[in-house]
Design a protein around this ligand. Structure first.
Ligand code: ASP
Length: 305
């Protein structure tokens, strides 16, 4: 297990952590040179930081950071999403706030920013999860739509060819996410993904499933995960971490370590998690070799590639 505490120089917000996926090696997670990933992460931190400094909510900040990563074709979310075995982009995303409200989309094909659509599910419907939201819903929610080709990049098509020809087993991951605390002390998480490279059409991963890849509660933490989604679903990983804190009294570091041991290591699965607590404890942790991540602690910002 590799972990880093984001250094804090004060309690409370603002605070922001982001991730750009976890995998076996940074060179396998990256489609291009690492400095492009560093810049992409720094831009996402800046987007979230600007929102927090404007006094916007933690939800606004995590959405701003994730939109920046979705719009960046290097990351596996939004434009540049991993492709299914039929060469299509099907994206999952979720948001949740510390007061227990959540929204998600799965297998989204038209929404330019799936994380914004997830927020629309939370704020504009009575539902939590909408699968493959159609063009009529996109228009009703005021979403920006794109043709399906917008999401498909040459890099991802090459990567899919390699994976389907069994010349490459990895990288299959690369989800993005953010957790934040705003100036008022509220917390939120957001996660967005194209899923696993070469996944079956219709497969839904952990990212859009509340409690699996994404969870937030003011009684425990805001949590966003990346990794082998099937294991995160079966271990209900994000909620398991939160439950160890809330019901077992574990602190974030211990809860995360124990969940990884019992739910991921046991299944031989790898991934990474970013999390922060309402008291301002912040953690970036992964059992995969590499994880793209970063933080802004209200003072300094750092990225890890
Ligand atoms: N967890 C994502 C999924 O299974 C993939 C990833 O994190 O890269 O869809």
């Amino acid at each position: 297990m590799y972990s880093r505490n984001a250094p804090r120089n004060r309690p409370g917000g603002p605070l922001l952590l982001i991730h750009g996926g976890a995998g076996p090696r940074a060179t396998e997670l990256a489609l291009q040179a690492s400095q492009h990933y560093e810049k992409g992460l720094a831009d996402a931190i800046e987007a979230g930081r600007a929102a927090l400094l404007e006094g916007e909510s933690a939800l606004d900040a995590v959405c701003a950071a994730v939109v920046a990563l979705e719009d960046n074709p290097l990351f596996n979310a939004g434009r540049g999403a991993s492709l299914t075995d039929c060469g299509t982009a099907e994206m999952d995303a979720a948001v949740m706030t510390g007061d227990g409200h959540a929204g998600a989309v799965a297998a989204s094909r038209f929404m330019r920013n799936p994380v914004v659509a997830a927020r629309a599910v939370m704020e504009q419907t009575d539902h939590v999860l909408v699968v493959d939201p159609g063009i009529d819903l996109a228009d009703r929610w005021g979403m920006q739509r794109e043709p399906t080709e917008y999401f498909i990049t040459a890099h991802r098509m090459r990567q899919l060819e390699e994976v389907l020809a069994h010349r490459q087993s990895a990288p299959r991951c690369g989800t993005v996410g953010a957790v934040a605390m705003d100036l008022a002390g509220s917390i939120a998480c957001a996660t967005s993904t194209g899923g696993m490279v070469g996944q079956a059409v219709g497969r839904v991963g952990d990212t859009g499933l509340i409690g699996a890849g994404s969870f937030a509660s003011e009684h425990s933490a805001a949590i966003s995960c990346t990794g082998e989604g099937e294991a995160f679903i079966q271990g209900v990983v994000a909620h398991d971490i939160a439950a160890r804190m809330r019901y077992g009294g574990s602190d974030l570091t211990v809860a995360l370590r124990d969940t990884y041991q019992q739910e991921l290591n046991r299944r031989g699965a790898t991934g990474g998690t970013i999390a922060l607590t309402p008291s301002g404890q912040a953690l970036i942790a992964h059992n995969s070799k590499a994880m793209f991540a970063g933080y802004w602690d209200g003072d300094q910002a750092e990225t890890f590639v």
